[in-house]
Design a protein. Structure first.
Length: 262
């Protein structure tokens, strides 16, 4: 908070202990400190969230990007290795974080992002305009928009960090998490309602060579994997669960047809 309020680095603050903080800055710091004490996320107070080496605009209109999602980005990028000029969709982009990271790492890619919530879409639009203007943003409830349905047969990768918490978690969340929009957190009774709906809408026309990646709750990722394996449309596609950096199962990959064992 000191760094953001004063515009000085941590090193400056450590090496210049007599740095004078004026009244406006002091008042801002007091306001931010009270906000933190009340459980307001630091990213909401500062208006920025670090992701993939960037300071994205953040606030209460979209889910604050989490560090574990950077691992999802890396998995997607690894899967795109060797594919020239891939086409990628970030379904339910929120702040735009995933789409931005992929576009910046793969400037040759055609990256699309979609979002159903108008306030989140506006926030994503601002982040995209600043950090990855080549990304095409579409307002859509999953694959309802015709442009996204037409995109499915041409995709090389589809990535989604959709709301995945069970509804029953609402009363047990930390105060900071409760400040995120509920529509970005909860995915029905078991947290998998949106994943089931998205896969059901996409499976028939998703390109055979495409990988689909999902970030999920470690408590339900195996349930999601079993559900997709049981779908007729998943025949020939490997279904894998990958750990996050803490060793918890969190990421689900539904691979290209014939690319490995399920």
């Amino acid at each position: 908070m000191l760094e953001q309020a004063t515009g000085r680095t941590r090193l400056d603050l450590l090496t210049e202990p007599d740095l004078i903080v004026g009244r406006p800055t002091r008042a801002l710091l007091i306001d931010w400190t009270r906000g933190r004490a009340a459980g307001e996320p630091l990213q909401h107070l500062l208006g920025v969230a670090p992701f993939w080496g960037l300071d994205l605009e953040a606030g209460p209109d979209a889910l604050v990007p989490r560090p574990e999602t950077e691992r999802l980005v890396q998995l997607v990028l690894d899967g795109l290795g060797g594919r020239p000029a891939p086409t990628v969709l970030d379904l339910g982009t929120g702040s735009g974080a995933i789409a931005i990271a992929i576009q910046r790492e793969r400037p040759d890619a055609s990256v699309w992002a979609s979002e159903v919530d108008p306030r989140a879409a506006a926030l994503a639009g601002r982040n995209l305009a600043r950090f990855a203007p080549a990304v095409r943003l579409v307002r859509s409830d999953l694959f309802h928009d015709a442009a996204l349905r037409e995109l499915l047969p041409r995709l090389d990768a589809w990535v989604a960090n959709l709301p995945y918490l069970p509804d029953a978690d609402a009363d047990a969340l930390p105060p900071e998490v409760r400040r995120d929009p509920p529509g970005a957190l909860f995915g029905g009774r078991d947290g998998l309602a949106l994943l089931r709906r998205a896969w059901s809408e996409a499976e028939a026309t998703l390109a055979g060579g495409a990988d689909a990646w999902f970030e999920l709750d470690p408590r339900t990722v195996e349930t999601a994997a079993a559900w997709i394996r049981a779908r007729e449309g998943a025949l020939g596609r490997p279904v894998e669960v990958h750990d996050d950096l803490t060793g918890r199962p969190r990421f689900l990959r539904v691979g290209a047809r014939g690319s490995g064992r399920s």
